[in-house]
Design a binder for this molecule. Structure first.
Ligand SMILES: Cc1cc2nc3c(=O)[nH]c(=O)nc-3n(C[C@H](O)[C@H](O)[C@H](O)COP(=O)(O)OP(=O)(O)OC[C@H]3O[C@@H](n4cnc5c(N)ncnc54)[C@H](O)[C@@H]3O)c2cc1C
Length: 510
């Protein structure tokens, strides 16, 4: 009986890495969904051609399926394999509920935006695990997570942990100009608590800048946990069972018994549960009925569109570019939040013009050329708040075995978002951006996909918490390794910290 890691997402592969490094025997289970062969063949055919030779018809054929994605879902590679629709895991899913589960090999990392940052020390000062205890695991993860990023003013507010010593992928022309303007005003901006630098993405620096990031990288250069899983599968102590959906577990003094959806049973010495925060909550609630409701903390986000006052030197939709986050901006303003407010800056992508046409096209006659031109001057900030300023979601088990959800609104959310948006708008005036605050759009609860804390790590062993190794109170052999055990959700990106914490638990578990 070895260790069983449930989930092959960023959390699962990180815990497995650390366990294997200690000579342990690891079996990994997951939901087993993969890109359909037909969609895979389409990707391979597209990627076999030089992006410079792609014509408009070929590009559109790759993008069109994503334009037809059902509302509330995220699609890449023309496939829905990596994200379950709400009703698959949530009973009577309300419209506001935007978080989704994944049964895919590699989980939601097949879809993610690849933005990587650690948490600031002060932002986790109330965690029972100190930044010093997490630091070696952030560094260990940075060894197998390809990270594009360099050294800049972000190092003034956030630890680097190996994120800043690499090459960057070249930012877009709009971002290059904005970065230069931010550098000119860096002291003035630092004086009002704004620190910025190039975005750090989990992307190979051999990126072709073909502009297809939001449709699924045809070349597979955006990291997904599937990449690390390939290496794990070559390890002699590792075995893998895809398509093994776990319903619940039971622990006794000898081990942990897992009950699978196909009716089979599997026994392990120790179990590491990394099925993503929704499935982890469902499995916990099904296994320990004394938990009536688990409270999920969210990191609220909003989109703030801004117009650049400068003229583009070249058209942003021509030539080579990527459409991942281009710039990170951290707001360290205690009157707005004692924690960092994190922003990701996006320059032109093909959704900008589409969204403008959809929102305003019918209201303004003959607007198409005007809106297309406007979209080329649009720069969008995605602003994230700490969970203290965000709504919570109560999760309970519904009689049909899915989760039921309940929104617990936070009165502070609206005014904190407003204050952050206003501060950003004022600051960006200095660098030639006019923020369209009237058009700012908050996301639905869960839509940032930065959520967790259902079973927060704590030094007090009480019901509803886990210990610092992710073990729910009363359990000895079950470790929760995903964001469910985070005591709070800081605003900077979540996955790098999920991986570091899962790696720490894998490295220290008895
Ligand atoms: C569109 C989008 C963009 C994002 N962008 C970013 C970003 O830029 N930066 C960032 O930091 N984060 C981002 N995220 C969030 C990021 O994807 C998640 O934080 C991360 O994937 C969580 O990893 P995980 O391993 O905990 O869970 P998941 O990735 O959800 O993996 C879950 C794993 O568990 C398996 N599983 C699920 N249920 C069961 C079951 N019952 N039995 C067995 N196996 C099961 C699945 O098959 C999968 O292997 C984004 C998410 C989305 C959807």
């Amino acid at each position: 009986m070895g260790d069983i890691v449930i989930g092959s997402g960023p959390a699962g592969v990180s815990a497995a890495k650390a366990l294997l490094a200690r000579g342990r025997l690891v079996t990994m289970l997951d939901g087993g969904k993969v890109l359909e062969p037909q969609a895979g063949a389409k990707r391979d055919t597209f990627a076999a051609l030089d992006p410079a030779s792609w014509n408009e018809t070929q590009r559109l054929a790759w993008m069109q399926p994503q334009y037809e994605t059902p509302l509330g879902q995220v699609r890449r590679f023309g496939s829905d394999f990596a994200m379950e629709p709400a009703n698959a895991t949530i009973s009577d899913a309300p419209d506001w509920f935007a978080l989704r589960a994944s049964y895919a090999v590699g989980g939601l990392s097949n879809l993610w935006g690849s933005a990587v940052l650690p948490y600031r020390d002060q932002d986790i000062s109330d965690w029972p695990v100190s930044p010093d205890e997490l630091a070696p695991h952030y560094r260990a993860v940075a060894e197998y997570l390809p990270i594009a990023g360099g050294s800049d003013d972000l190092d003034r507010v956030l630890p680097a942990y190996g994120l800043n010593g690499q090459d960057r992928i070249q930012p877009s022309h709009q971002a290059t100009e904005l970065l230069a303007r931010l550098a000119t005003k860096r002291d003035a901006l630092a004086g009002i608590g704004i620190f910025s630098g190039g975005a750090r993405q989990a992307v190979s620096t051999s990126c072709h800048r073909c502009g297809m990031c939001l449709h699924g990288c045809p070349f597979g250069l955006i990291w997904s946990a599937q990449d690390t899983l390939k290496y794990l599968r070559a390890h002699p102590n590792f075995s893998y069972q895809p398509g093994a959906v776990v319903l619940r577990f039971a622990e006794d003094s000898k081990g942990v018994t897992l009950h699978l959806a196909d009716g089979s049973v599997l026994v392990g010495n120790r179990v590491f549960l990394g099925t993503g925060v929704l499935e982890t909550a469902r499995i916990l609630l099904s296994s320990a009925p004394e938990h009536r409701e688990l409270m999920l903390k969210d990191s609220q986000h909003a989109f703030l569109p801004m117009l650049q006052r400068w003229k583009n030197q070249s058209q942003p939709d021509q030539g080579a570019y990527h459409t991942l986050p281009q710039i990170f901006m951290e707001m360290d303003v205690p009157t707005i939040s004692p924690n960092l407010v994190h922003s990701q800056i996006y320059t032109w992508n093909d959704y900008f013009a589409r969204d403008l046409h959809a929102s305003y096209g019918r209201k303004i006659p003959f607007a198409k050329p005007f809106l297309t031109a406007l979209s080329r001057r649009l720069i969008v900030a995605q602003i994230f708040l700490h969970s203290d300023h965000s709504h919570k979601i109560g999760l309970s088990l519904s009689p049909d075995g899915r989760l039921a959800s309940r929104l617990e609104e936070n009165n502070a959310t609206q005014h904190t978002l407003k204050a952050a948006t206003k501060h950003m708008a004022r600051a960006m005036r200095n660098v030639g951006l006019v923020a369209l605050t009237f058009a700012s759009r908050p996301g639905s609860p869960g839509s940032s996909f930065h959520a967790g804390s259902t079973l927060p790590m704590s030094n007090r062993q009480e019901a509803g918490t886990s210990d610092v190794l992710g073990r729910p109170a009363g359990l000895e052999r079950v470790h929760v390794i995903d964001a469910s055990v985070f005591p709070s959700i800081p605003a900077t990106t979540i996955t790098f910290s999920v991986m570091a914490n899962a790696h720490r638990i894998g490295a220290l578990a008895p």
